[in-house]
Ligand binder design. Structure first.
Ligand code: NIG
Ligand code: FE
Length: 416
């Protein structure tokens, strides 16, 4: 005789793994940590299947899942989302770091042929495998401190082959480490030397490369550097119009060193995010609020460049602009290899609360990438989560460095 399966047996069939005995910061809902003490988190096929109190589990944990992990304390948060990195590059710029300590500014170094363009030289020279080998350890470091989704930009090739090479390496990083990598085309990052005095011609070429690389499946979003040492608003607009025609979302390095109306421009295109935004005007903030554009705070660059102008945090809060936090991992302004450290810097320099910083590196960062399937612990979302050796969530933003992540899972698979 065929009997109907019990509820417990049905569940057993469906769970691949279950962690019990940690507190959960679910970030479910609009405010607070969404804390659950003595929690349980189950998943199946890479998605969260149960999140709640251990005592509310529908049966004996040993029979509920193929794998049951006794967490023995600590906290579980959603996997961190690093929504702004330039981690694919060759060489380093430690020499410029020393020059800046002697008093040279980032802009002066850029204008005298260093800065981004010096990383372009090194990146063009590197073969694809060498570029991957140099970049992988940086991605691994971000993962080891809790990141489970990485955004990676091009922008150190500045010709078709170089940009393609960078984006291919970004995709290969995701494949080899088992995490989701979102690629961003940043051809309008700096003017390469062969185009000196011909920035408009360069932008026209970069727009062609964008279309080509998108057709090759290498581009998820489009970014630009609108700045005195980058590109004008009119040039940025041309790139965004091509992105719109291709159906690609846009974001922008906006108002980092000066107020160039960048935030209003990207908001006008319904952009995912305006990043840096230290010098954004109140009108820019209002435009972002209207468009739902996320403010991506990059306290690593602020810290390294010893900036003093804070982003308009009070206006962001008053207007309800979501704030994300990212590493901006890059060789010039933010050689930062931990998103948790970026959260620490966001609290120290920008006075974000630890809760804002955690939301900034999870749910709001996911939104800055246009992803609604991660960033919180909720049934149906990706099983991306981190088990931390901490007694309370604020510790994530409190320790400077140190190994806090006990286990990192992406799509239900343990990374470390
Ligand atoms: O986000 N501002 C432009 N882009 C990077 C810096 C890149 C570099 O200096 O290599 C940034 O800070
Ligand atoms: Fe950047």
């Amino acid at each position: 005789a065929v009997t109907a399966p019990t509820a417990e047996a049905a569940v057993t069939e469906f769970w691949d793994g279950l962690v019990v005995g940690a507190s959960l910061a679910t970030l479910d809902g609009d405010a607070g940590y969404g804390a659950i003490e003595d929690g349980a988190l189950g998943w199946r096929d890479g998605r969260i299947a149960f999140v709640g109190r251990r005592r509310d589990l529908p049966g004996d944990p040993e029979r509920l899942a193929d794998l049951v992990v006794e967490a023995d304390g600590g906290w579980i948060t959603p996997g961190l989302v690093d929504c702004h990195t330039h981690l694919v590059f060759a060489g380093d710029r430690a020499g410029e770091f020393e020059q800046r300590l002697q008093g040279a500014s980032y802009e002066e170094i850029a204008r005298s042929g260093g800065g981004i363009v010096s990383t372009v030289r090194a990146t063009r020279e590197a073969g694809e495998d060498a570029l991957l080998a140099q970049s992988l350890p940086r991605a691994r470091a971000l993962l080891a401190d809790g990141a489970t989704t990485l955004e990676i930009k091009s922008g150190y090739g500045l010709d078709l082959d170089g940009e393609r090479k960078m984006l291919r390496v970004a995709r290969r990083i995701g494949q080899s480490l088992g995490v989701d990598v979102r690629t961003t085309f940043l051809g309008a990052h700096a003017l390469p030397p062969e185009y000196t005095g011909r920035a408009d011609d360069y932008i026209a070429q970069a727009c062609n490369w964008l279309a080509t690389l998108h057709a090759e499946g290498l581009v998820d979003a489009v970014d630009a550097f609108a700045e005195r040492i980058g590109f004008t608003i009119a040039q940025t607009r041309r790139v965004f119009e091509v992105a719109r025609a291709l159906g690609l979302p846009v974001k922008l390095h906006a108002d980092q060193l000066s107020d160039g109306d960048g935030a209003a421009l990207v908001a006008g295109f319904g952009g995912l995010s305006a990043d840096h935004v230290e010098h954004t005007s109140p009108e820019g903030v209002r435009a972002m609020a209207r468009a739902g554009t996320v403010a991506v705070l990059l306290p690593g660059a602020f810290h390294v460049l010893r900036e003093t102008t804070l982003p308009p945090l009070a206006e962001f809060r008053a207007q309800g602009v979501p704030m994300a936090v990212a590493t901006d991992c890059n060789p010039g302004t933010s050689p930062l290899l931990s998103l948790r450290q970026a959260m620490q810097l966001a609290c120290t320099h920008f006075r974000l609360t630890p809760e804002e910083a955690l939301r900034g590196a999870t749910v709001n960062a996911a939104r800055a990438l246009g992803l609604d399937d991660r960033g919180a612990l909720r049934t149906g979302l990706r099983a991306d989560f981190v088990h931390w050796n901490i007694a309370r969530p604020a510790e994530l933003c409190y320790w400077l460095g140190g190994p806090l992540a006990r286990a990192v899972y992406a799509g239900g698979h343990r990374l470390s």
